[in-house]
Design a protein around this ligand. Structure first.
Ligand code: 5AD
Ligand code: SF4
Length: 407
């Protein structure tokens, strides 16, 4: 989501003649788009800010701006800690972000020109809703991003059309919980239908889903709409009903398992990926083992596993963080190892199969392509194939990477 937002900002700035540079040494403005979801993300941002401040001592005219969730959450405290920061703009205050930053610089507003830095990437991202109302007990997002708000479907469809006009072949629809998208009488399934009607758009993906809101409407449209890719990211977090309840997730493991069955029955090649938190307050060895067993039973196509970290304002902040860090690390490592093992087995099974892939980019005649269920396949080719869908035969698996030939 932050990548998508940074992308959009880059585009907006380019209309003022402010362009991205690859190297910070060439920058006049440094904009740090921050995330607050886990404590580690904030620590990273702090250490980066320390380095940028040192850099400012050598190049005093450089402007430093901090935006996003950490800016929302900590606001002036960031400025107090890093005196050289010029501007802090919180996520809820993002509407006039471009104007605020442009005002800081010596930019001639009258020279504002037409959009010039629209990325021509094959895969693009678009935000369809902001904020979240779910208040999972560990999560800071509702506090820093505010209440859930679906964006006007007309603006979304226009945005997608423009991306396709600029060369996009695949669009990822983004929101904290796309399953609860609702704008006037348009729900998520009808939004997908509208986006799918865009000519020359070949693929649609979406992220992220909430097991309590994923409904048959969506499963049906995944079956019906060929442009929708066969991948779903469905965060499970835990398989212990006690922990799910304490997390305020509003579903049980049995409900989750039922969704997995439904999805797999309806879409045979679907890849289901997930998020897991280990070491949530009160997670016993048995709760954690339940999650590990669920991972073995479900066999996710991939997963992200996080060690629980206490976030301010959240319900869980009040709970006793009673799983020692060493134990969190141990559970984290075992989940990761199990998931890698399963992933490797899934990938190995693809050997010899024919896959429909979209060619995303090319480097030294090796094309980076992606299957409908989200696996990367490297294929020899040339730049004429970029943006095309091809059938490839998977001929080799090396270190979990797939290599194929055009058939
Ligand atoms: N601690 C650890 N992981 C967290 N996540 C969200 N909040 C926390 C937290 N406080 C994870 C969840 C979520 C993903 C984006 O980040 O698994 O799905
Ligand atoms: Fe956070 Fe839960 Fe909302 Fe996801 S659904 S953003 S985990 S509160």
């Amino acid at each position: 989501m932050n990548v998508c937002e940074s992308d959009k900002l880059g585009y907006a700035f380019s209309t003022y003649g402010i362009l991205r540079v690859d190297n910070i040494l060439d920058a006049d403005i440094v904009i740090l788009n921050t995330c607050s979801v886990r404590a580690q993300a904030e620590q990273k941002a702090f250490s980066y800010l320390g380095r940028v401040e040192e850099f400012k001592q050598q190049k005093p005219n450089i402007k430093i701006v901090v935006i996003g969730c950490m800016a929302e959450r900590l606001g002036l405290k960031i400025k107090q800690r890093f005196k050289d920061i010029d501007l802090v703009i919180g996520a809820k205050n993002a509407d006039n972000i471009v104007f605020q930053i442009v005002s800081l610089c010596d930019v001639d507003d009258t020279k504002k020109q037409e959009q010039i830095d629209m990325p021509s990437d094959i895969v693009r991202y678009i935000t369809i809703m902001k904020g979240c109302n779910n208040y999972c007990s560990y999560c800071v997002v509702p506090f820093v991003r505010g209440n859930e708000k679906s964006l006007d479907y007309r603006t979304i469809v226009d945005g997608c059309s423009l991306m396709v006009k600029n060369g996009a072949k695949e669009i990822m629809l983004l929101g904290q919980n796309v399953n609860s998208y609702q704008y006037e009488n348009i729900n998520f399934a009808s939004l997908v239908e509208k986006v799918a009607a865009i000519k020359n758009l070949k693929r649609i993906r979406f992220m992220t889903n909430h097991p309590k809101d994923l409904n048959d409407d969506l499963i049906n449209i995944m079956v019906r709409e060929q442009k929708l890719c066969s991948h779903i990211h469905l965060p499970m977090q835990s398989a212990s009903n006690k922990i799910l309840k304490a997390m305020n997730r509003k579903y049980t493991y049995e409900h989750y398992l039922n969704l997995v069955d439904k999805l797999r029955t309806a879409i045979s090649d679907i890849s289901i990926t997930t998020d897991i938190i280990v070491g949530f307050p009160g997670e016993t060895d048995q709760d954690y083992k339940d999650t590990l067993n669920a991972i073995k039973t479900i066999r996710f196509g991939g997963l992200y596993v996080f060690k629980y970290s206490k976030r301010p304002n959240t319900k869980a902040f009040e709970m006793i963080d009673d799983v020692p860090i060493e134990e969190k690390k141990r559970r984290h490592a075992i989940v990761l190892e199990e998931s890698n093992k399963i992933s490797a087995e899934i990938v190995l099974k693809m050997l010899g199969s024919t896959q429909q892939v979209l060619v995303e980019k090319i480097e030294n005649n090796i094309m980076e392509t992606r299957t409908r269920n989200g696996r990367k396949v490297f294929v020899e080719g040339n730049k004429n194939y970029i943006g095309k869908q091809l059938n490839v035969n998977v001929k080799e698996v090396k270190k979990n990477l797939l290599f194929g030939d055009i058939v």
